[in-house]
Design a protein around this ligand. Structure first.
Ligand code: AKG
Length: 295
């Protein structure tokens, strides 16, 4: 172990907040060539989303407020419904596995004119994600999820956890179905994100997942945000803060997931976009697609 790594591991043990600050400062230094000032975000609806995301780790709004392009919404909703209608259950997934309750209706390869790509690369979306991360982000993944009710206890991402994919991240969730409690909305413990003041780790199992009782030891249940919403609801969240899917009891849920990370994430990219007209991209879009500056 290098001297630096030894110092950091001691810091992590004895002064976790200081260690986090050191890790974040190093992360910013490594990403300084793609710095983005949050002051650039001036439109009131985008500012409100950015402020909510920065203070709580999660913000909710509508597609109209964030993007405001009705034809794009109609196209994306039609595509989501088409993919859902074409879906056929495969053979029974192992009980308790992620595949038992989550199917990716779209993932990996897209063409540039796909409505999901146009949402993920929309300048307003990138402005909020970049304003939160304070850097030009990379679109790491884009997926359409179908989640289903299953019998038994909560498992996997239905238990409280935080993602270890980067120092900070942003996920944009776009709801295509009515997500009420029976459909299992995303549930978030505000203030547990890297900029928050509730960074203590709750008691957890060997997979670092926590029960409701354990999570309530850090953030009282009355403060949890259960992110219900109609089709057209959007949620922005830093999933490096504690979250889970409330276990769905009876309903399915279809949502788009756009994942934005820095230039130095801990996970590999999982998207390939064909047919991009690089010359037509804004600088933010260029970073989001190619993970580097133009030129
Ligand atoms: O399905 C959900 O709402 C939870 C999502 C989640 O755990 C994640 O995106 O990391």
């Amino acid at each position: 172990m290098s001297v630096g790594a030894k110092v950091r591991s001691q810091l992590a043990k004895h002064a976790p907040k200081l260690e986090e600050a050191v890790v974040r400062a190093n992360w910013r230094r490594h990403n300084r060539d793609r710095a983005f000032s949050p002051e650039q975000v001036t439109s009131p609806p985008l500012r409100a989303l950015l402020d909510g995301l920065s203070s709580d780790g999660v913000a909710v709004g509508t597609f109209d407020e964030l993007i405001g392009d009705r034809p794009l919404w109609d196209e994306a909703a039609a595509r989501a419904h088409e993919l859902y209608a074409a879906w056929r259950p495969e053979e029974e997934a192992e009980a308790g596995s992620k595949a038992s309750y989550l199917t990716k209706l779209a993932t990996g390869k897209y063409s540039a004119d796909d409505p999901f790509v146009r949402i993920a690369l929309h300048p307003n979306v990138l402005e909020v994600a970049n304003g939160y991360l304070r850097m030009r982000s990379h679109l790491r993944a884009l997926e359409l999820w179908l989640t289903r009710p299953t019998s038994g206890a909560a498992v996997q991402t239905q238990l409280w956890h935080r993602d270890a994919d980067d120092v900070m991240n942003v996920k944009l969730f776009v709801y295509f179905t009515n997500v009420t409690r029976p459909a299992g909305p995303l549930t978030y413990a505000p203030g547990t994100h890297p900029l928050g003041d509730r960074r203590e780790m709750p008691e957890h199992d060997e997979h670092r997942r926590s029960s409701d009782e354990q999570m309530a030891g850090i953030v009282p249940e009355a403060e949890w945000r259960v992110l219900e919403g109609e089709p057209g609801t959007i949620v922005l969240a830093d999933t490096c803060g504690y979250h889970k899917q409330l276990k769905p009891e009876s309903d399915e849920r279809v949502k788009l997931v756009c994942h934005y990370v820095s230039g130095t994430p801990y996970v590999a990219p999982a998207i390939e976009i064909s047919g991009i007209d690089a010359g037509a991209l804004t600088d933010d879009q260029y970073y989001a697609v190619f993970d580097r500056a133009r030129g």
